[in-house]
Write a protein that binds this ligand. Structure first.
Ligand code: SF4
Ligand SMILES: [Zn+2]
Length: 470
């Protein structure tokens, strides 16, 4: 299934003179390339005013503001006032999302070490005062950056190490402090000039973001030319290859990370919660570990008249808000327009909130959680799920492979079987289901269910009732 997911360019200097002549075209090309959000980090007071204007003019553009160590400007009253004013005004308008960029650059040395350190401390205080996250630049100054942040503390709203490149140790240090990291086009060419980065195999995509840093850092094959946000998908592709993660995971997780850090408003496109009869269904992802030939995602935009094609995924808080009072429904169901356990942490968090509010929770899953989470998650289901409905869709392994085309490993069928056996120990009701199809015999499915010790239910997608709103 083609995903509709959108990207966030978390660091793009659209305020730069290089874009003065054609910024509108640049923004429209970015949108065509599925870049939904652009954070413009102004590097001085004059740029901050320009960034605010851009954010006012274009939906999807947000600003940050700081005094970049490379500008060679001193933090006089005019600079400080200009930066603060743009941030305070922009914040009121919902457009200013961070302090920065700021930080330490011992490569260019436009300011002395002490001046740069003072400047960084000023920004850390400002981020605290304005309750904003911070965007940090660092070049050849890792030790000092770490020292200052350890001394002063990361601002409560967090921050990001932009244009991340460094050691595994630096990565672990950042993660331990809750800092996000963000990748530029340098990862499209770094492998040729440097050793592979040792943190990619352990990369936590939930705290990783993408950026172009345009007009700088053009990715391959545009290296040496002016960069622009429309090239962001190239950075996503490089990260997918380096981290060994599906491209759709990179799209979904990095946009979610950007929305979380910068509190960017959602643009889901499809419904994240929808009512069928008296159940409320939650649409947490359109990603799936299978590629079933009969998948409804290939043939319909949703069910029951609801469009379920997401442009981005919701956070746990957004889902809890969309639910409202769970006791008003017979059950809250994690739906199958995608595989919910791909977002296991979020699913658990929402299930917990629903249970605490007196609701009933059902999980619809294809039983692949072991493959996506790398562990047996069924003990974590105890007390959170009242019912688990596992769509098996085939009575045996060969048919399963043919119809469901599992994408994660050849062991998928056995993982489903193990999932069902384990889930029974922790969840009161476990059923297996199959979509009504000529290729699958109901009697064979019933025999399978019996041998697995669970009930079987036949599902008919076409019979979804017309939508009715509460
Ligand atoms: S498991 Fe469900 S969501 Fe995934 S491809 Fe199959 S039918 Fe579609
Ligand atoms: Zn920058």
């Amino acid at each position: 299934m083609e995903l509709n997911y959108l990207l966030a360019d978390t660091h793009v200097h659209l305020e730069h003179d290089d874009f003065a002549a054609d910024v509108d075209d640049v923004v429209s090309r970015a949108k065509d390339a599925r870049v939904r959000y652009m954070v413009v980090p102004a590097c001085a007071a004059a740029d901050a005013a320009r960034a605010l204007e851009l954010a006012r003019r274009h939906d999807g553009i947000y600003l940050a503001a700081g005094l970049h160590a490379n500008c060679g400007l001193h933090l006089d009253n005019a600079q400080a006032a200009g930066i603060e004013e743009a941030l305070v005004r922009g914040k009121k308008e919902g457009l200013a999302v961070a302090v920065g960029e700021c930080g330490l650059d011992y490569h260019y040395m436009a300011l002395s070490h002490d001046e740069q350190l003072d400047l960084l401390r000023w920004h850390l205080v400002l981020a605290r005062e304005l309750e904003l996250p911070i965007i940090l630049h660092q070049r050849e100054a890792e030790e000092d950056l770490r020292r200052v942040l350890d001394d002063e503390g990361v601002p409560p709203r967090g921050g990001v190490l932009h244009c991340f490149a460094g050691s595994r140790d630096y990565y672990e240090w950042a993660r331990a402090r809750g800092l996000y990291i963000s990748f530029t086009g340098s990862i499209t060419f770094a492998q040729k000039v440097r050793a592979p980065r040792a943190y990619f195999d352990r990369l936590d995509l939930k705290a990783a973001m993408l950026e172009t840093d345009a007009p700088y850092m053009a990715p391959e094959p545009h290296r040496g030319k002016r960069n622009e946000p429309a090239y962001l998908p190239l950075v996503a592709e490089a990260l997918s290859a380096k981290a060994g993660r599906p491209l759709e995971d990179v799209y979904a997780e990095t946009t979610l990370a950007a929305r979380r850090l910068f509190a960017l408003p959602p643009d889901f496109g499809g419904a994240i919660a929808y009512r069928l009869r008296n159940s409320l269904y939650l649409n947490v992802t359109n990603r799936c570990t299978n590629d079933c030939g009969f998948c409804i995602r290939n043939s319909a935009p949703g069910v029951g008249g609801y469009d379920l094609r997401l442009k981005m995924e919701p956070t746990a808080a957004e889902l809890v808000e969309a639910i409202g009072d769970p006791a008003a429904y017979d059950e809250i169901v994690f739906c199958g327009y995608g595989e919910p356990t791909i977002r296991w942490g979020t699913v658990k968090e929402v299930a917990r909130a629903v249970k605490e509010a007196g609701g009933v929770v059902r999980l619809n899953t294809n039983g692949s959680a072991y493959l996506t989470q790398g562990r047996d998650v069924t003990p974590e289901m105890a007390g959170l799920f009242d019912k688990v409905s596992v769509s098996v869709n085939a009575p045996d392994e060969a048919t399963y492979r043919r119809l469901c085309r599992p994408r994660l490993g050849r062991d998928a069928w056995h993982e489903v079987e193990k999932f069902v056996a384990r889930a029974k120990r922790h969840v009161p009701t476990v059923v297996i289901t199959a979509v009504a199809a000529d290729a699958v015999s109901t009697a064979a499915m019933e025999r399978l269910a019996k041998s697995w010790g669970v009930a079987f239910r036949l599902r008919r997608y076409a019979s979804a009732p017309e939508k009715s709103r509460p």
